[in-house]
Design a protein around this ligand. Structure first.
Ligand SMILES: Cc1cc2nc3c(=O)[nH]c(=O)nc-3n(C[C@H](O)[C@H](O)[C@H](O)COP(=O)(O)OP(=O)(O)OC[C@H]3O[C@@H](n4cnc5c(N)ncnc54)[C@H](O)[C@@H]3O)c2cc1C
Length: 360
């Protein structure tokens, strides 16, 4: 995308977010119907296939621009950010698949949200006996096990499931995100949407899958054993951009409190934390542009971003006073969002680095 088109798209999106999403952010967090309208707003603007190449119907956003985008969205609504991210990840994965017929069936409709997809593969990061297994048959694969997390029930018609083959390779295939029985006896049983503290409206469920037959034409990819760990290392910083957006959301509340209450220490706190968030953002973006920053340093930046989300959101709570405890408080919501962005896409390394950061 040309630079001026990109800047225009960002500008238009900013206006959409400020005028139509920000005022409803607390409702979007809790009410699936309000979240659905917000997601449709993004679809109406063809914003739901940002990482998909334009020849496949997407926006072809460069990686670093996608990260700027993540910050911008997470600054306004965590629930909308989180829900649409699952879809953006799923469609980016489909765009890289060798399965051209599946691409043709879905990709022309994904940018507008006429086809919406979720993901359920974070369990592949767990060590030990796989909880979701695949075995090959003559015409496809049989899938059995548990999927602990799938966001987007009743938003997404399908999701990309990750399962482990007997030799440890990772299988990714497309399944309906519905309770379903196959004539062969295959079954998908979803839990009720979880009662979550943050982003409850995203309808996050778990699934029990038993002998589900996945025909070859629904296969997205087979990757080597441990591919998810390689990808988690390579992309260790990616979830950090949500944490940075969340940190800015906290800072916005702190700034507004400073304006209203005219207390110097509020403005000073805002200045102090803003400088740190900006620096972390600059380092994170520079690291993405450079591509050569060692893993350990990227990991530190991710932990720093998580730490800043926590500090800025608690600053927002403290500056707001008792009212932060109101369910309709922006400060309370951003504080809960910081909780989610502290653990989403978590690996053992990220867990350790985030904890160490708290100790320093
Ligand atoms: C609201 C919500 C929605 C989500 N939606 C989705 C979704 O749509 N799709 C999706 O794929 N994921 C989703 N997730 C999962 C999310 O990305 C995970 O929270 C994150 O990856 C951490 O996984 P976990 O909570 O299952 O923790 P765990 O799997 O328990 O572990 C977290 C980390 O610790 C490590 N670990 C765990 N136990 C051990 C052990 N005994 N020894 C050593 N290391 C260990 C794991 O390897 C992992 O790296 C969602 C999570 C939340 C909270």
């Amino acid at each position: 995308m040309k630079h001026e088109h990109l800047e225009h798209k960002f500008y238009e999106t900013q206006i959409f977010l400020q005028e139509q999403i920000a005022p409803l952010a607390n409702n979007i967090d809790r009410d699936p119907e309000v979240l659905r309208t917000a997601l449709r707003g993004m679809g109406d603007r063809s914003l739901l296939a940002l990482k998909v190449p334009s020849e496949l119907g997407g926006t072809s956003l460069k990686e670093v621009d996608y990260h700027r985008w993540q910050i911008m969205l997470a600054r306004v609504s965590g629930a909308l950010t989180f829900l649409q991210t699952q879809h953006q990840s799923a469609v980016a994965m489909l765009a890289k698949s060798d399965n051209k017929s599946l691409q043709q069936k879905f990709l022309p409709y994904v940018a507008t949200g006429d086809a919406l997809l979720g993901v359920g593969f974070s369990h592949l990061r767990r060590r030990g006996v796989p909880i979701m297994k695949a075995t090959e048959t003559t015409e496809g694969y049989l899938l059995t096990g548990i999927v602990p997390w799938i966001t987007g029930y009743d938003f997404f018609a399908h999701f990309i499931l990750g399962a482990t083959l007997p030799d440890g390779r990772e299988l990714y295939g497309m399944l309906p995100l519905q309770n379903k029985l196959q004539e062969s006896g295959g079954k998908i049983a979803l839990s009720k949407p979880m009662e979550l503290m943050a982003m409850a409206a995203t309808n996050t469920v778990s699934a029990k899958i038993n002998q589900w037959f996945l025909p070859r034409d629904r296969l997205i990819a087979i990757k080597p054993a441990g591919a998810i760990h390689v990808s988690s290392r390579k992309n260790v910083l990616n979830h950090g951009f949500f944490a940075l957006g969340c940190a800015y959301a906290g800072l916005d509340i702190l700034f507004a409190a400073g304006e209203t209450k005219q207390l110097n220490f509020l403005q000073e706190s805002w200045q102090f934390l803003t400088a740190r968030v900006k620096k972390c953002e600059e380092q994170a973006i520079a690291s993405k542009l450079d591509n050569n920053l060692p893993y350990e340093q990227q990991l530190k930046l991710r932990a720093k971003a998580i730490n800043l989300a926590a500090r800025c959101s608690i600053a927002a709570v403290i500056a707001s006073g008792g009212v932060a405890n109101d369910l309709n408080s922006n400060a309370g919501r951003v504080y809960r969002e910081a909780l989610l962005f502290s653990v989403s896409g978590q690996t053992t390394d990220v867990m350790e680095a985030s904890l160490k950061r708290l100790l320093s």
